[in-house]
Design a protein around this ligand. Structure first.
Ligand SMILES: [Fe+2]
Length: 479
């Protein structure tokens, strides 16, 4: 009997490990390049980076680039560049806190990440690139465009993908692509995945995004789920997942400490816009606040967008811990010193948009009435399959005296994406549901007094709440 029991134990533990060893095809590394992604350089008009992965037998990888043309053989003038390579041990990861054994990735072989940064490119130009794994094993030719210098810009903003990334989030990012196929970039406002050190989670994120990640530059913001807990001889520490720097190639801010490199950065779109990306999943904020303070002081762009995963502007009573209070105090003070037009965040798994302004009358009749606003427009959004029920709390998000905002539009039980278009003095914002219908909209117009906000039609109409929409099940293991 005991022997049978032991045998069952052995079989069950074996089959557990066995499953990890038999990753789905869309997770497995091979001689072919995969997980290809474009990220903008610090100057998005002249620079972009490409990162991709291969199995570990591919020691040398190359990338080719050519200005795209209408010619059949546009590729004949392509130049070849040797990529940077990084060995990535999935089971025994190198982290900022030392070696981390990842039970998520048991029995998975090491992989190689490759990357290359192009600089001094021509603005507003369509380029074609492809990457090679093993000799002869090339990706398809992929077209990506440098940003323009003519004051025009558009982008997609997505909140937490996090849960059900492959099963449920894929339709949202693809719908977003259909809404704005020529977007200059996709902004992912943190918690891209649920388990930061899970190779399977990241495989889902890359599979769901498909060629969108390969063609439209991605701007990822680090969330708390891109932290991992490292337990080793140095104790227990929460650090950024090493997948972050391996999988993305983002602008480096040389003066910042290494733990912030590539998760605290900015991207310039000529004089049109500067996007400031903050890593809000740290314990202290002094270094980032100083960096942001200086960066904002010297910035010359017409539009300034701040993004970080945690909304630092919600009422104090909804703070989940001391760090939330600390973060709010740290970043709130910057708003009184610098003009910021738009703050884009996630983390709460809901949709809300608010302004830091005097209350204006908001009826359907006033749709076309412009109202002066005093400060930035704040947004929380969520694109994944986890949604928090704030039906009964939402008014208090705004009513707290310490809160920075008056909430204008909210949605529960509704994964969303946003399309934002800038043209000269005007910024047009539209929020869409996963079926591509507009749910919220406004336009900001620059004037001598500040930004004027005009509500769009979609800002009105019935509010989607948990009580008047379909059934929701909070299920953390969506497949
Ligand atoms: Fe989060």
């Amino acid at each position: 009997m005991l022997r049978i029991f032991l045998l069952i134990l052995m079989l069950s533990s074996h089959s557990h490990a066995h499953n990890h060893g038999h990753a789905p095809l869309w997770q497995q590394a091979s001689g072919w390049p995969d997980r290809i992604i474009v990220n903008p350089g610090k100057d998005a008009t002249t620079s972009f980076s490409v990162t991709w992965r291969t199995a570990s037998h591919v020691a040398r990888s190359v990338i080719q680039l050519v200005p795209a043309s209408a010619d059949t053989r546009f590729d004949l003038a392509a130049q070849t560049y040797k990529a940077q390579m990084e060995v990535f041990n999935l089971e025994h990861m190198q982290t900022d806190a030392g070696l981390h054994h990842s039970s998520e990735n048991s029995l998975l072989d090491s992989v190689h990440y490759h990357s290359f940064t192009f600089e001094n490119l021509t603005p507003d130009t369509l380029y074609a690139y492809r990457v090679r794994g093993e000799r002869g094993k090339w990706s398809e030719w992929l077209q990506t465009k440098t940003a323009a210098t003519n004051g025009k810009l558009s982008f997609i903003y997505l909140g937490d993908s996090q849960n059900g990334v492959r099963s449920h989030w894929s339709r949202v990012i693809r719908q977003a692509y259909q809404t704005l196929p020529n977007a200059d970039f996709f902004l992912h406002a943190g918690d891209l995945v649920s388990v930061g050190d899970s190779d399977l989670n990241w495989a889902e994120w890359f599979d769901a995004g498909g060629f969108i990640h390969r063609m439209t530059p991605a701007i990822p913001v680090r969330g708390n789920h891109e932290n991992i807990t490292v337990r080793n001889e140095n104790g227990r520490k929460r650090v950024r997942t090493p997948f972050w720097r391996a999988q993305f190639t983002l602008p480096e801010e040389k003066n910042l400490s290494s733990s912030l490199q590539e998760s605290n950065y900015m991207v310039n779109f000529a004089d049109t816009m500067t996007l400031f990306v903050i890593d809000s999943s740290t314990k202290t904020f002094t270094e980032q606040v100083k960096w942001l303070d200086e960066a904002l002081a010297s910035d010359k762009a017409k539009w300034r967008v701040l993004t970080m995963h945690h909304p630092f502007f919600v009422a104090d009573k909804f703070a989940r811990n001391k760090t939330d209070i600390k973060r709010k105090a740290a970043f709130k003070q910057l708003l009184s010193r610098h003009r910021i037009d738009l703050v884009l965040t996630g983390h709460i798994h809901t949709y809300l948009r608010g302004e830091r302004s005097q209350q204006t009358s908001r009826t359907a009749d006033s749709i076309t009435t412009a109202s002066e606003i005093m400060g930035p427009v704040f947004v929380v959004s969520s694109s994944g399959a986890k949604n928090t029920n704030l039906d009964s709390d939402i008014d208090e998000y705004a009513n707290d005296k310490n809160s920075l905002l008056q909430i204008s539009r909210h949605a529960g039980n509704t994964p969303m994406y946003q399309a934002i278009t800038i043209e000269g003095n005007s910024l047009n914002y539209r929020a869409y549901t996963g079926v591509g219908s507009q749910y919220d909209a406004f336009t900001l117009t620059k004037s001598a007094q500040g930004n004027l906000l005009t509500e769009g039609k979609a800002a009105f109409g019935e509010q989607r709440l948990f009580t008047n929409t379909g059934k929701y099940i909070d299920w953390y293991d969506l497949r």
